[in-house]
Design a protein around this ligand. Structure first.
Ligand SMILES: Cc1ncc(COP(=O)(O)O)c(C=O)c1O
Length: 424
């Protein structure tokens, strides 16, 4: 480790992450510190570590070396081009990470501006739980800067954005949102789960904090649940304090898997993005399709912003690996499309090796009623495809066959949503 030149290419950086925090050693793999507690040479040492006056580990809800190794790795990738130090904190899930950010920076009477098209879990947290504690949220179209600016008030503490929105793939204009938030003394916090640091690094575009559901692309194999928050250390300290008090710490075994996932992240995400682009292009003109949301398509409203902000490697810009396909025919047609797939599985989550689909209105965004879905630009028939590592041609055949079999006799677009509002 001592003699290595600083890593430059993105695959090199992903493999040569900061070493796990074991003084004097540089293991290639990441040891799993599967211990809840650490012992000390003296009571004074114990008190100093607990009081953050001395480095070290005391209790794994507070800090754990494997969890740190994971969070340090994400911070290194998100902070690739930043000279100021970026640090991270690991969490038991993406939602634990997201709720810690709100608990750290919002309080009764505080105001949040969030996307109408936000991830359903974040929507539920803001619209239901945090509302009960007096945190008020305006859900707006984040692609309309005038709406964002109009919603910001003196009490606004957080402007929340998703780099690529779930499931519309709306592209956030991060520098413009950062400017609007900072003018009002608010933080811009970005959920970058869909983009990963391979596609876009929001801290380089003015964001104050970045959160990820590491359960998705970072872990990459649908076998570990976790989350992470990264940013400047003065903003991360209060987030860590909330994590310690609420107990949403990442477990060591999960941390091992998620850290290992980082090493292949660029390889997997490149491949997934390229396959997504091929599928979107192949399906866009299908007669059964009303809409394909994919920012790599030149007609997508976020295409130019993505070209400006996203990493352009030798093969050009990559636009993420989620493709949302809306068939003609509304809610039931969407269900029929998802259920008509043979290779692609109906499943929760995204970002793994398998291509999976969710009918959005009945699953990921079930917390939204018809009005909220419409405000978010989500059609009741929308089906979200998370593209995995299969061969593009096999996926295209599966989707084409399923589309061809979708009955055309369903209700008109925008018709009733049977299960919306069910928040289970
Ligand atoms: C964009 C986004 N953010 C956050 C989350 C929540 O992450 P987790 O399920 O790890 O709590 C998800 C989960 O689907 C998501 O898609």
């Amino acid at each position: 480790m001592m003699n290595e030149p600083p890593p430059s290419g993105e695959n090199t950086r992903a493999v040569h992450l900061p070493p796990p925090p074991v003084p004097g050693q540089a293991p290639i793999g990441t040891p799993v510190w599967r211990t809840a507690a650490f012992s000390f040479g003296s009571s004074q040492e114990y008190a100093d570590v607990l009081g953050d006056r001395a480095p070290g580990y005391s209790y794994s809800r507070v800090d754990n070396p494997t969890a740190d190794a994971f969070a340090d790795g994400v911070a290194a990738l998100e902070g690739t081009r930043l000279s100021a130090g970026v640090t991270g904190q690991a969490f038991a899930s993406g939602m634990a990470a997201i709720s810690a950010v709100f608990l750290a920076f919002a309080h009764t009477g505080a105001h949040v501006v969030a996307p109408a098209a936000v991830y359903g879990g974040t929507y539920g947290l803001l619209a239901d739980l945090l509302a009960r504690f007096g945190v008020d949220t305006d859900f707006v179209d984040m692609t309309d800067l005038a709406q964002v600016r109009a919603a910001i008030r003196p009490q606004t503490r957080i402007v929340w954005a998703e780099t690529l929105a779930n499931p519309t793939m709306a592209v956030a204009d991060l520098p413009a949102l950062a400017e609007a938030a900072h003018e009002a003394g608010a933080l811009l916090v970005v959920d970058s789960t869909f983009a990963t640091p391979v596609v876009c690094r929001p801290l380089e575009h003015g964001a104050d904090l970045v959160v990820h559901s590491a359960t998705k692309y970072i872990g990459g194999h649908s076998d570990a649940t976790g989350g992470v928050v990264v940013g400047r250390s003065e903003l991360i300290a209060p987030v860590r304090a909330v994590r310690i008090e609420t107990g949403g710490m990442l477990a060591p075994d999960e941390a091992f898997l998620l850290r290992r996932g980082l090493e292949t992240l660029p390889l997997r995400v490149h491949r997934q993005c390229d396959t997504a682009a091929a599928l979107a292009a192949a399906i866009a003109g299908h007669p059964a399709v009303a809409k394909v949301d994919y920012p790599g398509l030149p007609g997508h409203p976020g295409h130019e912003i993505a070209r400006r902000l996203y990493d352009a490697g030798p093969e050009g810009t990559r636009f993420g690996a989620i493709v949302t396909i809306t068939p003609h025919g509304g809610y039931q047609a969407g269900m029929a499309l998802a259920d008509g797939l043979r290779l692609i599985r109906v499943a929760t989550s995204l970002g793994g090796t398998h291509t999976v689909v969710s009918h959005v209105a009945s699953t990921t965004h079930r917390q939204m009623d018809a009005a909220a879905l419409a405000a978010a630009g989500i059609d009741p028939g929308a089906v979200r495809f998370s593209i995995g590592l299969e061969d593009a041609d096999d996926l295209i055949v599966d989707v084409t066959n399923a589309l061809t079999a979708v009955p055309r006799t369903h209700e008109p677009e925008g018709a009733s949503i049977p299960y919306a509002g069910d928040s289970r």
